[in-house]
Design a protein around this ligand. Structure first.
Ligand code: GUN
Length: 283
């Protein structure tokens, strides 16, 4: 079997076209969706992601700004900046780019963001709402993955979904979202024993471990769907996923590439959440 490629870039272009119209209607009603991104320090990867978020916002008519703070900023100063944004009625979405410097407690920062402006969907209130099936902001990468599966009419209900990775940003929430969609969910991680035996049972494998090309066709059942969340930069500068794409392509039914896979969908779901926030739909 040769897998069909789920192109997240093309899908995101399609979704953003519809968003342009939606934002134009909001602007006619004097609502200008606005996203503020806080970037701390000088991590080149973070800077590149943040610039991508700003560019995509502008494409659909969402206004955005980036607040740059030095690596040395205190937790107190950062929390004060977030408080000001919470109170600013013109700001609908607040995103603090992760990772943070070691001296800042990430939980304090996420919990300082008004849940109504938490377009990352990371606040424990929003995570709790997602887990109990309530409407809220879903974390962007998990929601992007769900949207990619839906775009190909891939059935999730009753399927065995195996997640490799258990980060708060991707692994844990994507498992919960799949559970909400009636999948049977298994989490694998660095302490899992006999991982291949588990992943080979999966109808859908979602890989989010941050190590280049480690999941090959040996881990995959014939005809499985393989979603690659990894974005790894090799020494020669090329981007690659966590999945050995060429190996899996021969065995899976669907596979996502890197680049042009999950990455563009993550940004597109951030735009979706920002528009949703501007409409006051999350309370
Ligand atoms: N760093 C890597 N991915 C993300 C994300 O989705 N949101 C934020 N805020 N930081 C990140």
């Amino acid at each position: 079997m040769v897998a069909e490629i789920i192109n997240g870039k093309d899908l995101s272009v399609e979704i953003k076209e519809a968003m342009k119209d939606e934002v134009a209607v909001l602007r006619q009603q004097s609502i200008v969706p606005h996203l503020t991104v806080i970037l701390i320090g000088d991590n080149p990867a973070s800077r590149s992601y943040v610039n991508g978020k700003k560019r995509a916002s502008e494409e659909v008519g969402i206004s955005s700004d980036i607040i740059e703070l030095p690596e040395s900023v205190s937790e107190q100063e950062l929390l004060a900046t977030i408080q000001q944004l919470n109170q600013n009625e013109l700001v609908h979405g607040i995103l603090v780019q992760l990772p943070l410097p070691n001296h800042i407690d990430v939980d304090h920062v996420i919990e300082a963001i008004d849940p109504k402006k938490d377009v990352d969907g990371f606040h424990p209130i929003n995570i709790g709402k997602m887990m109990t099936g309530q409407d809220t902001f879903y974390p962007c990468t998990p929601y992007g993955i769900l949207t990619m599966l839906r775009s190909k009419n891939i059935t999730i209900a009753g399927k065995h979904v195996v997640i490799i990775g258990r980060s708060n940003i991707v692994g844990k929430p994507v498992g919960q979202l799949m559970l909400q969609e009636d999948a049977t969910v298994t989490y694998c991680h660095s302490k899992t024993k006999g991982m291949k035996e588990i992943t080979r049972l999966a109808d859908i494998v979602i890989v989010a471990i941050g190590k280049p090309n480690v999941i090959d066709s040996d881990y995959i059942k014939d005809g499985a769907v393989v979603i690659d969340v990894g974005i790894n930069r090799l020494e020669n500068g090329t981007l690659t996923g966590d999945v050995d794409f060429d190996s899996v392509l021969e065995k899976a039914s669907y596979v996502t590439p890197v680049p042009r896979g999950v990455g563009p969908m993550t940004i597109t779901m951030l735009l979706h959440n920002t528009i949703k926030a501007s409409k006051g739909l999350v309370t």
